[in-house]
Design a protein around this ligand. Structure first.
Ligand code: PMP
Length: 429
């Protein structure tokens, strides 16, 4: 019996499901999760000493690879000066300046501790600024677990929102309209009907929580147009895509300017961080300058700022994203090619340092319903075979994968060789 299994059995006594975030429990792929002991560069090691090439990267933050020496040093230096003060620091000013410099749509930024906090605050701010309650999100889009955002719609676009979780008040869920990602016409129709009641649209500009789905041409443009026409606020949730699909995020990549943007993951360099930023007139409505309340004991935490700033400076170096994109492309295109050579139907998507793969003959994948239709059983088998091969993929068919600057050509080739062996084993079963 391995140590991961022992720990998982033990963990379930005092931690619900044995984990502190549900996907980690490997429920959707079945089997025991791997307990991690340490990580360095492109690799993680489990508590039994097995090494894996890691394509989860802490779900996005580890863009430089794990435990990057400069990030570790910055955190160590700051730790000696104190872990948290609950008072303003110069590091926070530097962080705000850097984010505003890198992301032109952001005039002001507020640091928080997670992506969930960032999106929760963004919709409160949008509601406060517009005086409207209804919000629009997209099915398969994940924006953290605050009440208003934990909602799926019924089949019709205007069906009242149905909570995705017990505990979300129905009256709140009803204010959330859930539409179809990449369906611009549906968005226009909904805004024609109730646009003047809508506070905001919140969207993952590249969907990363229904696997990885880029926006089709015209979709993000339509969101911008309807928000402008109806006085609604456009929120890009760039918790995943920010500093991941390019230095200027998805908004820079696709040339669309949102009113508010939420960040997380990469900006914390592996520490618990989120942020929301945007237009000065909206952001200044936050307390203490404005009436929309938001606060945090550990917000702008100096250790987190040190890790995040070091990471952001490093990824701002010329050529960083060209290199990351080339690696990610090599992996995604390689996976597709190897699968086809072995007679397996597989489609991949890739944007910047994000990728996704789907066991299906359909291509391209642009809609959530296509992901649902893909062969999830194939995914499960592939996931476990790859894990045995020492390749750590996201443990769900509905998650994006991440490549880091630390992944070498040899790592990518080893991954493709392992994938080929798995596909060959598929055929023999
Ligand atoms: N928004 C997006 C787009 C995300 O991918 C996530 C987390 N995966 C969140 C919000 C929530 O962030 P956190 O887990 O830090 O609360």
């Amino acid at each position: 019996m391995n140590r991961s299994h022992q720990l998982f059995t033990h963990a379930q006594q005092h931690i619900p499901g044995g984990v502190n975030s549900p996907v980690r429990a490997f429920r959707s792929v079945e089997g025991d999760p791997v307990f991690i002991d340490r990580a360095k560069g492109a690799y993680v090691w489990d508590v039994d000493g097995k090494r894996y090439i890691d394509y989860v990267g802490s779900w996005g933050p580890a863009i430089l690879g794990h435990a990057h020496p400069e990030v570790v040093e910055a955190v160590q230096k700051q730790a000696e000066k104190g872990l948290s003060y609950g008072a303003p620091t110069e590091l926070e000013v530097e962080m705000a300046d850097l984010i505003c410099e890198l992301i032109p749509s952001v005039d002001m930024v507020r640091m928080v501790n997670s992506g969930t906090e960032a999106t929760m605050t963004a919709i409160r701010l949008a509601r406060g600024a517009t005086g409207r309650d209804r919000i629009v999100k997209f099915e398969g889009g994940y924006h953290g677990h605050s009440d208003s955002l934990l909602v799926k719609a019924g089949s019709g676009a205007l069906t009242h929102g149905v909570p995705s979780s017990p505990g979300v008040p129905k009256c709140l869920a009803e204010q959330t309209l859930t539409l179809t990602y990449n369906d611009a016409e549906q968005v226009r129709n909904v805004f024609d009907e109730v646009g003047d009641e809508i506070a905001c649209i919140i969207v993952e500009p590249v969907a990363g929580n229904m696997n990885c789905i880029p926006p089709v041409p015209g979709f993000l443009e339509t969101l911008r147009q309807v928000c402008d026409a109806h006085g609604a606020i456009l929120i890009f949730d760039e918790v995943m895509t920010g500093f991941r699909v390019g230095l200027t995020g998805a908004q820079g990549r696709y040339g669309i300017t949102p009113d508010l943007t939420t960040f997380g993951k990469v900006i914390g360099g592996g520490m618990p961080v989120g942020a929301l930023g945007g237009k000065r007139e909206i952001m200044s409505q936050l307390a203490p300058t404005g009436p929309v309340y938001q606060a945090g004991t550990l917000s702008g935490n100096p250790l987190a700022m040190a890790a995040g700033l070091t990471t952001l400076k490093r990824i701002s170096q010329p050529g960083f994203f060209e290199d990351l994109e080339a690696k990610t492309q090599k992996l995604a295109m390689g996976l597709e090619q190897v699968a086809h050579e072995e007679g397996i139907a597989l489609t991949t998507n890739q944007v910047g340092g994000m990728f996704g793969f789907f066991f299906t003959a359909e291509a391209p994948i642009t809609r959530f319903e296509q992901v649902v239709r893909s062969d999830i059983e194939h995914f499960k088998r592939f996931f476990h075979m790859m894990l045995d091969e020492g390749i750590y993929l996201a443990p769900s068919a509905f998650e994006a994968g991440f490549v880091s600057a630390a992944h070498t050509d040899e790592d990518l080739e080893a991954t493709l060789a392992a994938a080929r062996r798995c596909f060959q084993a598929f055929e023999n079963e």
